[in-house]
Design a protein around this ligand. Structure first.
Ligand code: SF4
Length: 149
């Protein structure tokens, strides 16, 4: 059966920064019978749950991968290394499980696709991708924002 990498918080895993999950009622329809491979890049990168909220600063996930932007939490702690490590582990999991597509949590600094927070912690969104979404896309895995969240 074909597999799709899915943000773990969409599948009932309480791995968000606030210690909660965020189920998507529309996820099953988007999976269209394919198997979900739940994965949380931030946890896999070594960050605890709960944790301070983080945003990319100076650019989106692509800029982080290029070394021209960073990821910081709302207390100013640099968590770039953890975000990049988690993205690499997500890519490894996707490859190991044969995923060619990912359905990820919208707006997240890791999982966001197309729009992410602007680094000011004010709720403003800008065009861009999260760090994991950017790395997956760069390696040929199609990333779509999950519906219904
Ligand atoms: Fe969900 Fe992705 Fe954030 Fe993990 S990194 S809590 S999977 S949005």
């Amino acid at each position: 059966m074909e597999s799709v990498l899915v943000s773990a918080c969409l599948r009932g895993v309480p791995c968000r920064y606030d210690g909660r999950d965020k189920p998507s009622a529309a996820l099953d329809a988007a999976l269209a019978g394919r198997a979900a491979v739940p994965f949380c890049p931030e946890g896999a990168g070594g960050l605890p749950t709960p944790r301070r909220p983080a945003e990319t600063v100076g650019g989106d996930g692509h800029a982080v991968l290029d070394g021209t932007a960073k990821v910081v939490d709302d207390e100013g702690t640099d968590v770039t290394a953890e975000f990049v490590a988690g993205a690499r582990r997500a890519l490894a999991r996707a490859r190991a499980t044969g995923c060619t597509e990912a359905l990820l949590m919208p707006r997240s600094p890791s999982c966001g696709r197309g729009r992410v927070y602007d680094g000011t912690f004010t709720g403003e969104l800008v065009p861009g991708d999260g760090v994991t979404a950017a790395l997956l896309e760069r390696h040929g895995i199609r990333v779509r924002p999950a519906p219904g969240v």
